[in-house]
Design a protein around this ligand. Sequence first.
Ligand code: HEM
Length: 120
Amino acid sequence: METLEVLRELVVLVHLTGFAILFGAWAVEVYNRRVQVTPLMNIGLVISAVAGLILAAPWGISDELNYAKIGVKLVILLVIGALLGIGMSRQRKSGKVAPALFWSIGILTLLNAAIAVIWR
Ligand code: HEM
């Protein structure tokens, strides 16, 4: 394997770690029956966003990138980011967030992972 290819795999690993942190942080709240957003979700989102943007450039691969797929994932990520931002501020003001907002965060995160894996 070439050095660049190895480096790209490492960035994919970082990207997946960000996903794991975001989805894991959300799953903890589901498990504990708490409808709330947490700072760890933001951290996971930022990690997967930064790594995802680095992966969106064509380096360390020989085949074409699927830019339609990357664009859709970016839009979904921005929506998740907006929901987290709205959730954080609502929580600060009223102490709670709407269940629909909370569930959307987990579902959209899983949707992005599904798109990443299924859409080739
Ligand atoms: C919450 C948001 C996201 C989740 C859950 C997610 C999930 C994943 C997963 C599970 C993979 C591995 C798939 C595989 O290797 O077959 C992946 C790969 C990838 N992601 Fe994301 N992703 C997210 C956001 C983004 C964003 C915003 C971008 C770019 C703007 C992006 C760009 C990529 C690229 C280019 C790959 C392919 C890596 C490669 O095959 O070289 N992702 N993503």
